[in-house]
Write a protein that binds this ligand. Structure first.
Ligand SMILES: *[C@@H]1O[C@H](CO)[C@@H](O)[C@H](O)[C@H]1NC(C)=O
Ligand SMILES: *[C@@H]1O[C@H](CO)[C@@H](O)[C@H](O)[C@H]1NC(C)=O
Ligand SMILES: *[C@@H]1O[C@H](CO)[C@@H](O)[C@H](O)[C@H]1NC(C)=O
Length: 218
């Protein structure tokens, strides 16, 4: 299992452990959504609390409890990741397929003058599989026959990020300070990233009102 997955699992493990005193196994299994009152604020705040003292939680678990929790978490992670990847699918130009965010990174996308531009970024500790120093963005527009330009043959995958202790293959501002989800979880950081991309495009003479901007994490 990768570190990120482990980290995500740890988060949710802690969370579920935190909730285990109020949510009984019967509640979880009964699929009764009408009685669910959990808000995102509660979830988020309990999660933060749980992360701060994981030892206290994990020391209470037996093997089968750990397995039960892991099982739920993998399912939940899967659901959340699908939602995350569905972000920004209905944008202009409509003829363009949605670009796919690579794992261990993400893509920041924006539409300017009915052309869609996406810049791939890698997480810290990862680097692009192909050199793309002079390749800031990929494009999908009428000019590209509504297909994504990419270094990969066909498809909508724009880049691949692989483990590397010395990232060198990407251009300026193509690496996350930490990782995509960390940036995305802070709207200030996300907005800053979009602004940076727009100004990078401007410096390449791509100017106009940016629309449908978004950050998609892989
Ligand atoms: C679900 O929970 C609500 C509130 O606790 C209850 O009124 C309802 O009957 C339950 N529905 C089912 C299908 O168990
Ligand atoms: C774990 O819980 C005990 C009390 O049960 C508390 O004294 C201790 O500070 C807690 N540890 C952490 C890391 O929160
Ligand atoms: C978001 O990031 C900024 C810049 O690093 C930081 O100052 C701010 O505290 C962060 N906000 C939250 C809610 O974490």
């Amino acid at each position: 299992m990768t570190t990120t997955t482990q980290r995500v699992l740890l988060c949710f493990c802690s969370l579920i452990a935190f909730f285990s005193n109020i949510v009984t196994p019967e509640d979880v299994g009964s699929n009764n959504c009408s009685s669910s009152t959990l808000t995102i604020q509660e979830l988020s705040s309990q999660l933060q609390k749980a992360i701060q003292c994981p030892e206290n939680l994990t020391s209470q678990w037996g093997n089968s409890e750990t397995a039960t929790v892991l099982n739920s978490l993998i399912t939940l992670t899967d659901i959340l990741q699908k939602n995350e990847k569905a972000v920004c699918q209905k944008v202009e130009p409509k003829e363009c397929p949605a670009a796919l965010a690579q794992s261990k990174g993400g893509i920041v996308c924006v539409t300017i003058n009915n052309k869609r531009y996406c810049k791939p970024l890698c997480n810290q500790g990862f680097d692009f599989a192909f050199l793309r120093i002079s390749r800031l963005y990929e494009e999908c527009s009428k000019d590209t026959e509504y297909k994504w330009t990419t270094q990969y043959i066909g498809g909508n995958k724009l880049a691949v990020c692989q483990k590397s202790s010395h990232p060198i293959a990407g251009g300026e501002k193509t690496y996350f300070a930490k990782d995509c989800l960390t940036t995305k979880s802070n709207s200030t950081l996300e907005n800053q990233l979009v602004k940076e991309f727009v100004s990078q495009l401007e410096s390449k003479d791509i100017k106009g009102t940016p629309q449908h901007s978004c950050l998609i994490c892989g």
